[in-house]
Design a protein around this ligand. Structure first.
Ligand SMILES: C[S@@+](CC[C@H](N)C(=O)[O-])C[C@H]1O[C@@H](n2cnc3c(N)ncnc32)[C@H](O)[C@@H]1O
Length: 307
């Protein structure tokens, strides 16, 4: 059972997301986002609430011996360990080679990774990945909760040849330079499907070939409830050049790992083969007002996790 404090922190977080979505539909996403970024008091309160919620409630709940709750941070780091340290990328490479042969594409690209792996934690808040020695994290957030996180609006940051940080603010992120980009409970903060697509396209540019985009998104409904949305995500990300290599639904979240294919066409092939009428190049979440999947209408989800 969630405590009163747990519920009120989660409610504040959900209210911020929901009011941003509402103002985006009223005044347009661009203006709503820039006005939101000016609300320093709201952003700072959000950072404090989020850190408390994550460290004093979720982490404590998931560490109890009888708990079925899964930690989004542990799930993500386990994925990195399997793929980079235990060389899971080799079997992905082999599968990609088979697909490339089927579509008559020749490639000689290889995965060239560094250990510790460079992980860009987008929307980090308080830097939950800082204690893993096989990970070299760059934690960024609109409003950092502490000084180990760099200030950065990922939707508007420049991507170029070099990483440039000035007085704890990111000026430019370096393209093609990360083994991992994580969106850990971040995409539902971003108010429109178009801006979510743009965030994933940026992640694509920042990743090395074969690198991982790891997405965790909250949802307390059963696995079937929003499965069409998740299939649409897979479709949209495949068109971008990402192959989904892992998907798990837990009681309160979806966890997904996408690999930036060495050759974009091998990922696009999945989208071409699996296209359904309801799929489009878009990243909806159930809470989007205009979202109406063919056979289901979805409402706000999650009573105890941010939406
Ligand atoms: C629900 S919190 C998740 C925090 C952390 N990733 C976790 O899992 O505990 C979402 C975070 O994303 C950040 N965020 C949202 N949009 C962002 C953007 N465009 N650039 C950087 N950070 C962003 C927010 O400031 C907030 O700290």
């Amino acid at each position: 059972m969630a405590s009163d404090e747990h519920k009120s922190l989660a409610q504040f977080v959900k209210d911020v997301h929901s009011s941003l979505r509402q103002s985006s539909s009223k005044i347009g996403a661009k203006r709503a986002w820039s006005e939101h970024c000016e609300q320093k008091d709201v952003l700072e309160k959000y950072a404090r609430c989020m850190e408390k919620l994550a460290t004093e409630h979720w982490d404590v709940n998931s560490s109890k011996s009888d708990s079925t709750a899964v930690s989004r941070i542990k799930w993500t780091t386990d994925e990195c360990q399997d793929y980079f340290i235990n060389k899971g990328y080799q079997s992905c490479h082999e599968k990609e080679t088979v697909i490339a042969e089927k579509i008559n594409v020749k490639f000689d690209q290889k995965e060239l990774f560094d250990i510790p792996v460079r992980l860009l934690d987008v929307g980090s808040c308080y830097n939950p990945f800082k204690d893993y020695n096989f990970i070299d994290v760059l934690a960024i957030d609109l409003c950092p909760a502490n000084s180990s996180v760099m200030q950065c609006d990922f939707l508007n940051v420049n991507i170029g040849k070099e990483l440039s940080i000035c007085e704890n603010k990111v000026v430019e992120l370096q393209e093609n330079s990360y083994e991992v980009v994580t969106f850990c409970f971040v995409l539902e903060y971003i108010p429109t499907p178009e801006l979510r697509i743009s965030a994933c396209e940026k992640a694509y540019r920042l990743l090395k070939p074969g690198g991982l985009l790891i997405i965790n998104t909250p949802d307390s409904k059963h696995v079937g409830a929003n499965c069409k949305i998740m299939k649409c995500w897979r479709y949209a990300l495949a068109l971008m050049g990402f192959s989904r290599i892992k998907y798990e639904k837990f009681a309160h979240m979806h966890c997904m790992t996408f690999r930036k294919s060495l050759v974009k066409d091998t990922a696009v092939r999945w989208a071409t083969l699996h296209k359904q009428e309801y799929m489009e190049y878009s990243l909806h979440i159930p809470q989007d007002k205009d979202f109406n999947s063919p056979k289901q209408k979805t409402e706000d989800v999650n009573t105890d996790k941010p939406s």
